[in-house]
Design a protein around this ligand. Sequence first.
Ligand code: ADE
Length: 314
Amino acid sequence: MRFEVLTLFPESMDRMLGESIIGRARESGLITVQITNIRDFSENRHRKVDDYPYGGGTGLVMTPQPIVDAWQSIVERLGVRPRTLFMSPQGAVLNQAMAERLKQEACLILLCGHYEGVDERVIEEIVDEEVSIGDYVLTGGELPAMVLIDCVSRLVEGVLASETSYSEESHYSGLLEYPQYTRPPEYHGRKVPDILLSGHHAKVHKWHYVKMLERTRDKRPDLYEAYEMEHPEKVLEAFGLLPKKKRQRKQSAVAAAGITAATDAAAGITAATDAAMAALAATDAAMAALAFADNLSADNGMKVPVDTGREVPE
Ligand code: ADE
């Protein structure tokens, strides 16, 4: 994959992107990062690249000519017009899903603004998409461009040791990563959880998943709620709430309905943690209702319809 960067500060970017995993990926040709100095394209005799804003205001604005000419030189050199991103606090915020989408591109041009911004006509003329790295304002787009290059490059095949290196980590599955430990087994009185030393792969795998759920629920209730809505049965199973196989279909439908009802009920509650608590309480209630319904059906030998709001598959 190829990244073409347009910036006024090429040296510092090149140095940062020459280190560690990204540096090695560049050396081995898995990714290419080519950095173009916008100033080299200025037609101004003092190599000026900025000017005062029309209509007044503080700060300087980057002029269109050097940027568009630098961009044009890349397009001509490559013989194609790559997707062009402008790093800007006004863009959609970069996340893992966006990184996955951008990885599909063979080449990206990243435009880094500086000072108070760039002339709006640049955005109209060459930019396909504005990308932010968070809801705060930095002095330029260089750090955001490096963040994006790092985040997308590590998804490129061969850059990390294996796909599991990133497929098991935070955000890939919509959950945060489980806690990691290495030697020694005890440090300052804190022990590595026994299960990790057991060598029992299936149990370790399950423990990892439960920790991912717990961590996400505690640290990022917004992500947890979305995950739980999408995978209600997996979550219940991980927490031991789907114990017996023969009840599985009926229970999961009831429990899923319980979660949905609780989520609906909690819709007006702004704190996501409150919503998660309500979901758990409703799940308990749904499980109790199921036990009650089962007792009834055992008593009279009839199939008791449980109103879950959903069809229970036969
Ligand atoms: N330039 C300045 N602030 C930025 C941000 N938060 N994201 C991307 N580009 C920026």
